[in-house]
Design a binder for this molecule. Structure first.
Ligand SMILES: [Zn+2]
Length: 467
């Protein structure tokens, strides 16, 4: 099966997405017709990517691919945070230059992203390339009196920001009451956050009028997203854990300088490992590269697709193996139809329409997968009945749906059938040639017991693993 996108220019359905800021599902209306500008917070490069990184990357990769498949031109920006406390801590602990850590971790990041089939961003800006612009933003905030200097940095006065708490979906008063006091005790409000951190000895620094130092994380993303995508860009996304304070604080800075920020906010749910929420504070990191060593890289995408993006997912040997079984069924189908000369048929519109309806409903990927597997079953039934015309349309629809969600199917059996199975298949072919169909059926039964299905194609018998 090829991976070329279908001509989806005629797609007229409207994608609806849950908007975190509005707390409801709304039509996804773009700033410019036919174009989507999206920003997804990328990694802080100080360690290997974990499963939570894998999930947000896959969720937004699926959204991006679906939009592209639907005919949009997508500008996908995802940053690399290459300056941060955690990077500095690790560099100091290991007595290495911090750039060593960030460069190496970035390479590993993209290796993992390639492993799970995540497309590279259109642009991947590095925070360190934007420090001058960050200094300019902070200067503007200071000049307007919305930011203030302390002995250890520059802070935003959150009480000056209209609508602060929008993404947290809490009032500023309740946020203040619940805030853990971090940073300077000279802060005006407990929730005020550092725009700039003045340098401590031995730390990497950049020049600024109020004292050399480095930008705060929330300042990095607001500057990079606005620079790369412009005011009022279409969508800002990330994991649920970024909603507050990171995204709230990005937005606060944009609001404070009077700039229109993201039109839509989308956040994906947590990854649970054996029932526990995976988060930095629990320290239960599970490395994405470990998963890639043990499993088909496509299995994590399949697992992510099987749950709604806003729900938590559980990653265990069982759920990943189940996802692999689903993939086997799709691969088996791809093998069955490859070489049948069914290519080129227009996709079955009913199947594709049902798939779109699910995807347009807040990216209901479990529903979309139901439609995908329904089409596979219907195509298999049509092939069994030698109804090639119906099968061809359904196969084309399956191919298109897989492209839309970024699933690549394997037409070739990766590990071939064992010799015992091949011998039985040969004996069955001989029995059929001799028109001893009873013997052929007995052998088919024996193959089934061994976990193999045999299918007769114009090219001869095909073996596939039972799904
Ligand atoms: Zn960010």
């Amino acid at each position: 099966m090829g991976v070329e996108p279908v001509d989806a220019a005629s797609v007229s359905a409207v994608l609806h997405l849950f908007d975190t800021a509005q707390g409801k599902t709304v039509p996804f209306e773009t700033r410019e017709p036919g174009k989507v500008s999206m920003y997804v917070c990328g990694p802080t490069v100080y360690g290997p990517p974990h499963l939570g990184h894998g999930r947000f990357s896959l969720v937004f990769d699926v959204l991006r691919r679906y939009l592209e498949w639907s005919g949009y031109e997508v500008r996908y920006v995802s940053n690399i945070t290459d300056i941060d406390d955690k990077i500095i801590d690790r560099a100091q602990r290991e007595q290495r230059p911090w750039q060593d850590i960030t460069t190496r971790c970035e390479t590993i990041w993209y290796k993992a992203m390639d492993g799970i089939g995540v497309k590279r961003p259109t642009v991947a800006p590095h925070a360190t390339e934007y420090v001058e612009q960050m200094v300019a933003l902070i200067a503007e905030l200071l000049a307007s009196g919305k930011a203030y200097e302390t002995s250890d940095g520059v802070y935003l006065d959150c009480s000056t920001v209209e609508g602060y708490g929008l993404l947290a979906r809490q009032s500023i008063d309740s946020l203040q009451a619940g805030a853990r006091v971090e940073g300077s005790d000279e802060k005006r409000n407990p929730i005020d956050f550092a725009l700039w951190k003045k340098a401590k000895p031995g730390e990497p620094t950049w020049p600024a009028p109020w004292g050399d130092g480095r930008p705060g994380w929330h300042t990095e993303c607001v500057v990079m997203s606005l620079d790369q995508l412009g005011e009022g860009f279409d969508l800002h996304g990330g994991g649920q854990d970024l909603m507050f304070p990171h995204h709230e604080n990005e937005r606060a800075q944009a609001v404070a300088v009077g700039k229109a920020f993201a039109r839509h906010w989308a956040h994906n749910g947590f990854v649970e490992i054996d029932g526990e929420k995976m988060s930095k504070s629990l320290g239960n990191f599970t490395n994405l590269l470990d998963l890639l060593e043990r499993h088909d890289g496509r299995a994590y995408r399949m697992l992510v697709l099987r749950s709604h993006y806003r729900s938590p997912i559980e990653v265990t040997e069982t759920t990943i193996t189940d996802a692999e079984r689903s993939l086997d069924r799709l691969d088996a189908f791809a093998r069955r139809v490859s070489g049948l000369g069914l290519d080129g048929a227009p996709p079955d519109e009913d199947a594709l329409g049902a798939f779109r309806t699910a995807m347009d409903d807040d990216l209901n990927t479990p529903g979309a997968l139901d439609q995908l597997f329904r089409a596979v079953r219907a195509a298999n039934t049509a092939l069994d009945a030698e109804d090639d015309a119906t099968a061809a349309g359904l196969a084309a629809a399956v191919r298109a749906m897989c492209v839309a969600v970024g699933l690549t199917l394997q037409e070739e059996e990766v590990a071939g059938p064992p010799p015992e199975v091949l011998l039985l298949a040969e004996q069955r072919a001989e029995a059929r040639a001799a028109k001893d169909f009873a013997a052929a059926d007995r052998i088919r039964g024996r193959l089934g017991e061994l976990g193999w299905l045999v299918e007769d194609s114009p090219q001869g018998p095909l073996l596939r693993r039972k799904a």
